[in-house]
Structure formats: structure tokens, C-alpha cells
Design a protein around this ligand. Sequence first.
Ligand code: NAD
Length: 485
Amino acid sequence: MLTELSKLKQGEPLHQDMRIAGKLVGNQRRMEIRNPFNGALVGSVPKATVEDIRHAFQVARAFRSPLTRYERSRIMLRTAELLRANTDAISDLITAEAGLCKKDSLYEVGRACDVFVFAANQALVDDGQVFSCDLTPHGKQRKVYTLKEPLLGAISAITPFNHPLNQVAHKVAPSIATNNRMVLKPTEKTPLSALLLADILYEAGLPPEMFSVVTGDPAEIADEMLTNPDVDLVTFTGGVPIGKYIAGKAVYKRQVLELGGNDPIIVMEDADLEEAATLAVSGSYKNSGQRCTAIKRMIVHQAVADEFVDLLVNKTKAIKYGDPMDPHNDMGTVIDARSASAFEAKVKDAQQHGAKLLFGNLRDGALYSPTVLDHVPADCQLVAEETFGPVSPVIRCTDIADAIRISNSTPYGLSSSVCTNRLDYITRFVRELQVGSINVREVPGYRLELTPFGGIKDSGLGYKEGVQEAMKSFCNTKTYSLPWN
Ligand code: NAD
């Protein structure tokens, strides 16, 4: 498919089949992918049958990878090289299917490269442990060793639309690093980037049985992805409702659930307001506000709120949005017109509950303007639930206790940002915010692709992703003991 990407420039659609253990599998039942900005046909993919899914998992379960750590590492470095060498064409595909602007899609390809480089390095690290057994009065002259093994069954992976390439990279790279076999179902909204990545991995030398991509209507195939007997582990990134459905459906399978967020930026009275407003704008609008860790609430100390809001509005006005292919734009569309209408309605509802709209809330199809509101009540729908779009709602707080109370008041607990230099505040935030990550003077989304990342409460079960943690959750730990010390 890599060689076909040039078709996009000519406006020719990419009609693709599934990749099941490297074979192209298609049928007559097809789903179309349309450009969210102009409605053009970007391509189409088949609707898998339940039989297709069963076959993919059967092949995956039966295969045992012979790859050494060195070979896995080489394949992933080669993958990163291929991604890097084709960055512009790949970013065009992401932009065409997701409506993300070129700045965002170029950044995303770079992130995916990082994922493969980190996984390539991590594959080389021996992850075994050694325990001496003469540690207690009833100890023995022995040692216990641990060995990380790939799962016996296959991994079932399901990904969302907001990072069509990088979310897939975060599933498949740790799977390869640990010699597992994965069947991935990307979202039906942006499946083409996942199919492209499969081709790049095959070209880099991955045994095709180690990675299959199936496409289709979740109403027909999702349950099979969760209950198939050849599956040992389900790894899912997406929204809370489907995450909770999976938790109930994938019985006696290991589950890694990376779900929605409602991340705050908390701005205290001593903060550098210029810096805080810059972080607020980038955290709120990057990727059209469609990041699990996008800033979805701005909790600002009342003593500095007026000044902060002025800066926020001015910086928001400077955001250029429109045609996602225009390399000068900072924001493209959101995923579809339906989502944009939902943001519009939530903003109107917030206004009815007393919020003041200061900028934006303009919509044209899937194009939705960056939007700022002040005096937002902490319990209105716009901020009590996850709003997955470029909206900056300011909630004023009275002191640190109030900031922590508001931050913890939603069911989510993914990440957060705090803007202050006071160590007493910082230590209290680190202890009391009910989240998976706290970034001081950085956006909530700041991370390395290697470092542990994931949420608590409704945002996830506490298992982390990031290459290193994902590798741990994709393995069985076997212990063996030997009679020497
Ligand atoms: P979504 O939950 O609507 O869909 C995610 C995936 O689930 C898609 O592939 C979809 O086809 C599939 N699906 C649909 N029905 C299913 C079912 N019954 N069983 C199993 N799978 C099913 O999410 P989305 O709208 O694509 O993505 C946005 C959401 O993802 C936001 O809530 C965002 O916060 C979250 N997200 C979380 C993280 C994280 O790391 N925590 C990262 C990115 C996005």
C-alpha cells in the first residue's frame, strides 16, 4: 500500500483488503472512508465476517515466533526507518482519513517512529529476575529465576480514531518485542493507517502470522474479538462506555483498558500566566482537541482568572484552523459533523447553566472552531463528561483544596497539568489528585512513548501502557528454581 499512497494526491481512493497473516482478504461487503473536511472518498475496506475473525485468531494462536531478541529489534528499527522515510505520504493518509491537520499528522508519524525505536531497544533488555533462596532461617541453597514468555493464545487489539497510526503502533510494537501474535481491529472511522502499518511491518521482515489487521462493523465482529477462545488478552483503547462493555464481556481474558479522560490544567495564583496560557492552548487544541489527555477543564485560581482568560482568548484567536492539508493550519476538522454538532450543543447547554461564551462555538460540517468559555459550572455536561474536541472551559476555584475537589469530582482519572512553582502545592497535588499522571508546568499529555502511561477510576484499570509497561502486561511470568546459590 506504501507505493499506492501517491494516489491520494490525485484524489484516487485506496480500496484495500484486510491483512490476515499477510494475505489479502476481502469480500463484496465494503465500508467507505470519507475525508471529514471535504467528504471525498479516501478509500474502502471490507466488512469482515465472524469466520474471518476466527480464522485470523486461529492462525495467530498456532504460530510460534522463532525470532531472537536481535531479530525483533532489527525488524522494528527497520519499521521506524521506513516510517521516517515516508513521513510526508503517511501523514497525508492520516490527514485524509481523520481530518487532522498536517502539523498534527506529521507529529504523529514521528511519535510512531519513537514507539518502534523504544520497543526495538527494549526487546534487547533481558527482563528476568533472580532471587537467592537463603534469605530466611528456613531458606535453602537455591535460586529462583523468572522468565517472561509470550502468551499461549493471541492478543486481540482494538483502537480508536484519534491517532490512527500511533495507537496501533502502541499495540503492535510491544507485541512484537515480546514475540506475541496480535490481531488488530482498528476503528471503522480510520482503518487505512493500520493496514498501511501492517504492510510496512511485513516489508521490514515481520513474519506475517505475528500481525493481522481485520476491518468491519463492530456490531458484527466486536464480540468475536472479545470472546474468541484463541484470545488470551484484550487490549483496548477507546471510550469509557465500550471499555466497560469489554470489561463485562471478555470473561477470563486479561484486559488492558485505556479509556477516556477529563484532564485538567490547574493554574494557581503564583503561576507564570503567559506560560500557563500557552500550555492551555496547546493542550486544548492539538489534534483538534481529540486526545485522551487533551485539556478538557481549566481550573484557575480566582485571583488570576481574569488575566489568564484574557491571555487564553488572545492565544485562541491566533489558532489557524481550516483545510487540514494546508501546512500552515494549527487545526483541521474533528472526526465528523456529528461530533462537531455535539460540542455545539454542549456549549449551548453550558451557557444556559451560566457559562459565558468568549470565543468560537462555530461549526461548518466537521470543522469546529477553537472555543473558550469562562465561569463554567463544574457540574454541567460540558465538563462533567469528556468533551472530545477543541473546547477550553474555564472553571474558577478559590484555593488549592477547591482545585483538588473540582479536579477529582468527575469519574475520570487519566492525567493532569499543574501550573505553580510552590513545592507545598506540588507535593499536595501529587498526593491528592486521583489520576495516573501529573505534569508540573507541562501539558497533561506530556510523556515519552516508553514511560508508563494510563489512568485510574473510569479512565482505566490501573494497568499502564507505554512500551515498557505494555510489554510486561503482554507476557506470562514463569519461574524456575535451581539447586545452586
Ligand atoms: P470508541 O470507544 O467509540 O471506539 C473505540 C473502538 O471500539 C473502535 O475500534 C470501535 O470500532 C470499537 N468498538 C465499537 N463497539 C465495540 C464493542 N461493542 N466492543 C468492542 N469494541 C467496540 O472510541 P473512539 O471514539 O474511537 O475514540 C475516542 C475515545 O478514546 C475517547 O474517549 C478517548 O479519550 C479515548 N482514548 C483513550 C486513550 C487512552 O490511552 N486512555 C487514548 C486515545 C483515546
